[in-house]
Design a protein around this ligand. Structure first.
Ligand code: PRP
Ligand code: URA
Length: 213
């Protein structure tokens, strides 16, 4: 299967990302835009969501429609920053189940550690959607994707607002023949010595929930 990468190319997405990048944008606006961007990216991310045919009665006749198939998709926001994307996704996919994964990146080594996990034990046959605004070195998303496949997930679609070439390579390195799709709002130039995305938007978790200056 391998990895598919979809980079959004839409003026509304680029416009909203530009406001997010602006350091003068305050947390309430940042949160609102993160959610809106997720909803726009969700349209692309759910392009291959599994559906089954069903019969429906319109006021006029009987016809065939579709509904989301079982087992239902699993949406996994990567705490903390991924939580800012959850509402934007569940708005479009209200019947999805939601699991949680808490990862924090060591700011010196950039290695992620898992501090929270609340996922179904068995993900066999599940389509999973991992949400994290930032794909920087790729360590966190790689750990999250590995976690989901180790539990038996059939396919993983990751949605990120910003990525880097380094992060994309890191994910590609672990994918092998597994079914992984990355949907990104933009791919930036690279990383600085602190592992921040350049030009980026700073620390997404702090800008959503913390005391970013
Ligand atoms: C940020 C971000 C990603 C990760 C990206 O989380 O939300 O999870 O860093 O970096 P990477 O690609 O180099 O792994 P952070 O660890 O700062 O935690 P937070 O979401 O709680 O702020
Ligand atoms: N995590 C963030 O929140 N921002 C970056 O630029 C890199 C990692």
């Amino acid at each position: 299967m391998g990895m598919r990468v979809h980079i959004a190319d839409h003026p509304l997405i680029t416009h909203k990302l530009s406001v997010l990048r602006d350091k003068a944008t305050p947390s309430p606006v940042f949160r609102q835009l993160t959610e809106e961007l997720m909803t726009l990216l969700a349209y692309e991310a759910t392009r291959n969501v599994r559906v089954v045919e069903c019969e429906i009665e319109t006021p006029v006749t009987t016809t065939t429609g579709v509904k989301i198939a079982d087992p239902k998709p699993l949406v996994v926001p990567i705490l903390r920053a991924g939580l800012g994307m959850l509402e934007g996704m569940t708005k479009l996919l209200p019947t999805a189940e939601v699991g949680f994964l808490g990862l924090v990146r060591d700011e010196q080594t950039f290695k992620p550690t898992t501090y929270a996990e609340r996922l179904p034990d068995n993900l066999a046959g599940r389509q999973c959607f991992a949400l994290d605004p930032m794909l920087a070195t790729g360590g966190s998303l790689a750990a999250a994707i590995k976690y989901l496949f180790d539990r038996g997930a059939e396919e993983v679609t990751a949605v990120c607002l910003l990525g880097t070439p380094e992060g994309l390579r890191a994910i590609e390195g672990l994918v092998g023949d597994r079914d992984v799709t990355l949907v990104l709002g933009a791919v930036d130039a690279g990383l600085n010595e602190k592992g921040y995305i350049v030009p980026g938007l700073g620390d997404a978790g702090d800008r959503l929930y913390g005391t970013a200056e």
